[in-house]
Ligand binder design. Structure first.
Ligand SMILES: C[S@@+](CC[C@H](N)C(=O)[O-])C[C@H]1O[C@@H](n2cnc3c(N)ncnc32)[C@H](O)[C@@H]1O
Length: 311
């Protein structure tokens, strides 16, 4: 593996940051365990996350405070890196879907998926019933996620037009695959806690828990507004909390000057990692962690410069 030393944003030699240039993940080689095609989903990060999980022991627990489609937590629990994982998500629609999958209403959900004939009318009908109850809302969320352009659930998002191979609205609706993924998750329900709540609260509650592994994937600084209903996040506070955690954390962000400044403000080491977007464009993302020993490289801790996080 090629390793290169990346120069810091700053000329100050104390702010040396080590970055590694791994290969772009072929997502086809990664088990897709989430029923959602979630914008900003981290399937491509699974091989790297496994290396990070490998530090865990029998007492460790994983918390994913910005769960979205939850691929990292699902992988961690399905592949037995952790006995128990906790997923936290603020979005009520996503919460309804996760709660339904993990409850006895899962059978009902599976039946709805299996018998659903995709059309604009049937989608609108499912959406119209979303207010009937939690399970109906959960089903409507899944339908919208699989039939909306880019899987986007944010207000203003629209349905797929031409879709894959001209299959239009049904181009991402694979009922048997969805049912299998949902049934697999439901089978692990005793090992998964889902909380509809605020990422910051759970991070604060477990701040000094040495057995906690936090996988933190907040809404993107640039694209978040278009992708999620909840996109406004105090990013600096995330870095502040991460710098105080007694356990381990892995934080992912888009690679911008601002994000590098936040990491440097709290003296947190970071590295770049390449990923391929759905439009097959390769770009870098940033990983920030308490240490990169698990990755097999010697990251140098940046020296805290809190003035970078002011104003
Ligand atoms: C980048 S996405 C997470 C994607 C996820 N890692 C995946 O692989 O699917 C960020 C998520 O954070 C959620 N979110 C935003 N603010 C939140 C908050 N304060 N607490 C919990 N979740 C929040 C958004 O609704 C969105 O689902």
């Amino acid at each position: 593996m090629r390793q290169e030393l990346q120069t810091s944003l700053f000329t100050d030699e104390e702010l040396e940051v080590v970055a590694v240039s791994p290969q772009v993940t072929n997502v086809a080689s990664v088990p897709h365990r989430s029923p959602f095609r979630y914008p900003g989903g981290k399937t491509w990060l699974v091989p790297t996350a496994r290396k990070w999980f490998a530090q865990s022991d029998a007492d460790s627990q994983l918390i994913e405070p910005f769960a979205g489609g939850g691929i990292i937590a699902l992988t961690a629990v399905a592949e037995h890196y952790f006995d128990h994982v906790t997923m936290v998500e603020l979005d009520d629609d996503m919460a309804a879907a996760w709660k339904t999958i993990l409850s006895d209403d899962c059978q009902w959900l599976v039946k709805q998926i299996s018998s659903f004939n995709v059309s604009a009318d049937s989608i609108n009908l499912a959406i119209a019933h979303a207010d009937d109850g939690l399970k109906e809302r959960g089903f409507a969320t899944l339908v919208r996620n699989r039939t909306n352009h880019g899987g986007i659930l944010a207000k203003g998002s629209g349905m797929i037009k031409t879709g894959e191979n001209g299959r239009g609205l049904s181009s991402r609706w694979y009922p048997s695959t969805l049912v299998k993924r949902i049934a697999d998750i439901h089978r692990m329900r005793d090992r998964i806690t889902f909380i509809r709540g605020d990422a910051f609260e759970i991070m604060e509650q477990h701040l000094y828990d040495e057995n906690c592994f936090f996988f933190i994937d907040p809404p993107y600084t640039i694209a978040g507004r278009r992708l999620y209903n909840h996109f406004e996040v105090d990013h600096c506070r995330i870095f502040e909390l991460a710098s105080q955690m007694s356990g381990h954390f892995l934080l992912t962000y888009d690679d911008t000057l601002e994000v590098r400044e936040w990491a440097e403000a709290y003296g947190l080491p970071y590295m770049t990692i390449p990923m391929q977007t759905t439009h097959l464009v390769t770009k870098n993302e940033l990983l920030i962690s308490d240490s990169f020993d698990w990755y097999g490289c010697n990251a140098t801790k940046t020296k805290p410069r809190l003035e970078l996080c002011m104003g």
